[in-house]
Design a protein around this ligand. Structure first.
Ligand code: FRU
Length: 496
């Protein structure tokens, strides 16, 4: 036995028994294939990127996603499909939309057309309408500019099967190369009229269109040139309304950008302001990022949630275009983030988005370990860690395995960091093994960390600051070293 392995095993036995849980913590090996998450959504096989078309209907959450079933690298895009009643256990359904003569099926959204405004269903059986981008690869190859258009499809059987509208596209391209990712939401205008509002990413800005039937669209306005981050192309917008803690309504416009994120590559920025008479006006020109980790991209919100849920549900693609096509998984590529509930909070007069882990995740908790040691053994590769930060506003958590690999989460001098520079396989991309940091000028009081086979999601103060990172340790994290000032530490083993 190598000395390193011996010392490791010895420490593990010691640490396991040192914990105040009555049983020794024995690491439970996963039955999944390597790097396959325990509780994050992944495609069964093949490639996945953006979440698409999420809606809720009759107790089911629908999730569609950019999918190439024939390979683990990006290719001709389809919409993969899954449903869930709890946002954690997903049932895989047949592919919803396949490429056709108008092109690949790029990102978009879906809404439940309750009063059949589109005429594609009936009042008794209202249609669900999906709005997506057609990307015509032939047009692109020929050097044309108008190869992205918007099309619709509808379902009359709770999203199980889809029919493409026979007069697609419903929105033609005016001659701009990047013209995509329609996100449609219900909108009530100043006159109290209900209409559909589409946010569309157009190269370096967002365009808003309105419609009463989702077939005829009228352009309202543009937003974004000269404001916000512009290190890359704008993609996957979403315009939602949220209430402040004081009950004031604000509009929040999410815009994914690639490259040009704060950690290189892809990231999602957002603007807070007002939307009146078809025009979005931001409150300020501050650049805000939804997640300061490198791996949360192209996320949008669910439509048609019952108001009784009183929440705004979000999910993102847990990867980055910098290396998404190269990560070391075999049968499938990429996972989604855990679903999050978005709200607004106020830091010294500035509104920011808080992304909180959804409550349903509590149902995945199996064993609970209350920890009063500073070095502990982990029960499995899927855990949630909770801790309170006492004393000075700094802390460190270091996850280790028997191979000497380490993943460090820390806050020091106003910077929250996730260090994956020595956290496993990284040779697939030279930018991967690095430290990511985020400014956090206000106090960190509590910490929640979700660990899964190839990811870490750090939520400070219930999501006032979030960092999501993927990583590929050669062996799962088996021990955790905590700084002195972390109190009331709890570890939950998670299982679906
Ligand atoms: C974002 C994105 C979208 C596009 C899709 C293609 O990740 O580039 O803009 O619709 O992916 O798969």
């Amino acid at each position: 036995m190598r000395l390193k392995t011996f010392i490791y095993l010895f420490t593990m036995i010691y640490l396991g028994s040192a914990c105040n849980h009555s049983n020794e913590i024995v690491f439970k090996e996963s039955e999944n294939e390597k790097f396959r998450p325990e509780y994050h959504f992944t495609p069964q096989a093949g490639w996945m990127n953006d979440p698409n078309g999420m809606f809720y209907l009759d107790g089911e959450y629908h999730l569609f996603y950019q999918h190439y079933p024939d390979s683990t690298v990006w290719g001709p895009m389809h919409w993969g499909h899954a449903v869930s009643t709890d946002l954690i256990n997903w049932e895989h359904l047949p592919i919803a939309l396949e490429p056709d003569s108008l092109g690949y099926i790029f990102s978009g959204s879906a809404v439940v057309d309750l009063i059949n405004t589109s005429g594609l269903g009936t009042l008794d059986n209202p249609p669900i309408v999906a709005i997506f981008t057609y990307h015509d690869p032939k047009g692109e190859r020929e050097g044309k500019l108008d190869f992205q258009t918007q099309g619709i499809a509808y379902s009359l059987d709770k999203g199980r099967t889809w029919t493409k509208y026979d007069k697609n596209p419903v929105l033609k391209n005016p001659g701009i190369k990047d013209f995509r990712d329609p996100k449609v939401n219900i909108f009530i205008n100043e006159r109290g009229e209900e209409s559909w509002l589409m946010s569309l990413a157009v190269k370096d800005h967002i365009e808003f269109y309105s419609s009463f039937d989702m077939i005829n669209w009228t352009k309202l306005s543009e937003f974004g040139q000269g404001i916000g981050a512009h290190g890359g192309v704008w993609e996957c917008p979403d315009l939602i309304s949220l209430k402040t803690e004081k009950g004031e309504s604000k509009y929040v416009l999410f815009v994914s950008i690639n490259p040009g994120g704060p950690q290189k590559g892809s990231s999602t920025q957002y603007f807070i302001g007002d939307f009146k008479k078809g025009v979005f006006t931001p409150d300020d020109n501050m650049i805000r990022w939804l997640d300061y980790g490198p791996d949360n991209y192209a996320g949008v919100t669910w439509s048609n949630l019952p108001s009784s849920q009183n929440r705004t549900l979000f999910i993102g693609w847990m990867s980055n275009w910098l290396y998404g096509n190269q990560v070391p998984t075999e049968k499938w590529r990429s996972a989604m983030t855990i679903p999050r509930n978005l709200s607004l909070f106020d830091v010294d007069g500035t509104y920011l988005i808080k992304s909180s882990p959804i409550q349903e995740l509590e149902n995945t908790r199996r064993e609970t370990y209350s920890i009063n040691k500073k070095e502990i053994a982990l029960p499995s590769q899927a855990v949630e860690i909770q801790a309170y930060i006492s004393g000075e506003d700094s802390f460190t958590l270091s996850f280790r395995n028997e191979l000497g690999e380490e993943l460090i989460v820390s806050k020091e001098m106003g910077l929250l960091s996730v260090d994956r520079s020595n956290a496993g396989i990284s040779d697939f991309n030279r930018d991967f093994a690095t430290i990511h940091s985020a400014p956090m000028s206000w106090e960190a009081k509590e910490l929640q960390i979700f660990l899964d086979a190839h990811s870490i999601e750090v939520f400070v103060n219930d999501g006032e600051l979030v960092m999501t990172s993927i990583l590929f340790p050669n062996s799962p994290w088996k021990s955790l070293i905590l700084s002195e000032n972390l109190r009331n530490v709890k570890i939950y083993s998670l299982e679906k």
